[in-house]
Ligand binder design. Structure first.
Ligand code: GLN
Length: 194
């Protein structure tokens, strides 16, 4: 079984652990560098990206996270996790850093201005069996992407699911729906990277 960690500093960690388990992965919570060393892939949960960023720095995890991602470890970020995987944020809070890795510019709380929270059916490239129900909660959108990226889904004219190599990011929260196809796609990415 692929060992997949969930970065457990803040956010909806439990929901991701359960979704990964359902896809046949061996999930674990990652709070320390030695726990990060032990996994084949990592999920960065939804939550609050400024808090996750500050805790990652305080716990000495930011540099190890950047090293693993740069070395090709598969990673998947939902919502706040998408922000953490973006090379650039348009409106960072002071002191907010990202792990980076996906050549994209992300706008935080972009959908939140009109709508705190909503759901939308999304056709997601690479996911069979019909549309995915996207849950958006103060969600970011992708303002622009670089040449090495693939946009897997759009909503309202903006990319909301992006892949670059072994890195995957969604604006929405598949961990909250009971539909494990997006986690299944990530578990397959981890399997084939091993
Ligand atoms: N708005 C949050 C942020 O900036 C993300 C919200 C979420 O993960 N549901 O981190």
């Amino acid at each position: 079984k692929p060992a997949i960690g969930v970065l457990a500093l803040q956010g909806d960690v439990r929901e991701h652990l359960a979704a990964l388990e359902a896809t046949g992965a061996e999930p674990s919570a990652v709070r320390r560098a030695d726990e990060l060393d032990a996994v084949d892939g990592l999920v960065i949960p939804g939550g609050e990206s400024t808090t996750i960023s500050k805790l990652a720095v305080a716990f000495g995890l930011m540099a190890p996270l950047r090293r693993r991602v740069a070395a090709g470890m598969p990673a998947y970020g939902s919502c706040a996790g998408m922000i953490m995987l973006a090379d650039k944020i348009l409106d960072p809070r002071s002191g907010q850093e990202t792990i980076g890795g996906i050549d994209m510019i992300v706008r935080r709380n972009a959908f939140g201005r009109q709508n705190e929270s909503f759901e939308a059916s999304l056709v997601l490239e690479g996911v069979d069996g019909g549309p995915v129900e996207g849950v958006f909660i103060r969600a970011p959108w992708v303002e622009s992407t670089g040449a090495g990226t693939e946009t897997l889904a759009t909503y309202g004219g903006y990319a909301v699911a992006v892949r670059q190599g072994n890195l995957l990011a969604t604006s929405f929260h598949p961990e909250l729906t009971g539909d494990h196809r997006v986690h299944g796609m990530f578990t397959e990415m981890v399997r084939s990277a091993r």
